[in-house]
Design a protein. Sequence first.
Length: 497
Amino acid sequence: MHQYVDFSSKPMVAMNASDDKPTVADDVQAAREAWRKCLDIIRDNVNPQSFKTWFEPIVPLRLSGGELVIQVPSQFFYEWLEENYYSLLKRTILDVIGRQAKLTYSVVVQQSPIEPVTIKLPQQPPVPASSPEVRPIAVSRAAYELYKANVQRFESYLNPRHSFENFIQGDCNAFALAAARSVAETPGKNAYNPLVIYGGVGLGKTHLVQAIGNYVRLKRKAEFVLYVSSEKFAIDFVTAIQNNRISEFSAFYRNIDLLIIDDIQFFAGKGKTQEEIFHIFNTLHQANKQIVLSCDRPIKELRDMEERLLSRFQWGLVTDLQPPDFETRLAILRRKLEDNGATLPDDVVTFIATNVTSNVRELEGCLIKLLATASLQGKEIDLALAKSVLKDIIRDRTVNITLEMIEKATCEYYHISPNDIKGKSRKQEIALARQVAMYLGKQLTNSSFKTIGLHFGGRDHSTVIHAVTTVEKEQETSPELRRDIAELKKRLEIMAL
Ligand code: ADP
Ligand code: MG
């Protein structure tokens, strides 16, 4: 991706007027030299921290015909330069290259081991580091050493089970996962600082933020990676105040390489704690240390939080986790089974994936309960056992559903008459409705194939089996059918209330 910024109002003129065409190597060499001169000027005009953050990472690629191409690490980086250093860059480039100067940015597209996804950029660029609100606080090494000696051993509070490898990707989480991976690859040196992951309970927030921590600690060998829940942070902070050890507390947090705070919604209403977080945040951010946060709702919906803190939480990237879709639920169940060295019949796995829809924790809970009960009772797990074991967890809204209700709902949904569904017509829409009704009969009631066949026009049990397998198969490829069935189930649950 290239972005052009043309500093000259005149048409470009070639720099090199001789007939010897410059080679690619010449262009590269020329770019390096010109950029080195630019850096000398820039260095004198910005503070050292900004220089390090925003100019050192730039790689000069080539200079030809007055056009200097520089490579920047991300789109965000480019926007930031343009927003904050446009005039400085312009002056410098014109000085060094001359009036025909033109600056072109080449934006590195982030490499990710999984399907690339576009990462939305924060709408508001970060407040410049020189903002008067930001007060850098000198960390006393002595205070830190003291604190560290007292905690004896640095504890990350990371659960090794929470790794990227164990995190199943689906449409519901692909974006957040890609962002998490890219932060883990380049902690503190990316535009996603802080990275905020939000979503409802049991959707994998803790797993994902810890996966970043584990990766950075093990693969990137960062020394101080800390995972802390916001409650623990708040409690430790209050304890530090009571024990008069606040400077050790502050020093400790300001020396962390990667700080992960889980469930920041609990900071609501805790003014003093928020203030402390604010200063820690500023110190770490300025030192290019990565901050990762999780929250159970969008940042904008947080109440009783200081405005300046909320704005900082949105400096980087805010991304969400959605409830897992059916395919992801199936994939998660299969993976957990594999990890436990267990197998389950397909219809049982489908039963769980169909009925536990809200979150991954509940999905896991069902599986564990089922495996535990089966091994205690020494029974083979089949659908009947699954239904009975899980009836407390899966609030079985289907217990009251009858074949009559299914018949009524299906006829209404497909606009056909009860006579049709029970009759002999092979018209396509009637045959489909009939098969769907039989399938729902098997799924939602305890009726046998035989009973279902009898109900729907005195048909043979093998006809019902055929209908059920057909609908199961077709659902795999037909989103419309899946939608029909989901809608019918919803209506039936309401009818059965
Ligand atoms: P949250 O913090 O959002 O409440 P957790 O991270 O504690 O949720 O996730 C609940 C459980 O579900 C954990 O055991 C976690 O490992 C598991 N989990 C969540 N999402 C996934 C996923 N995509 N793949 C595998 N396991 C997952
Ligand atoms: Mg959590």
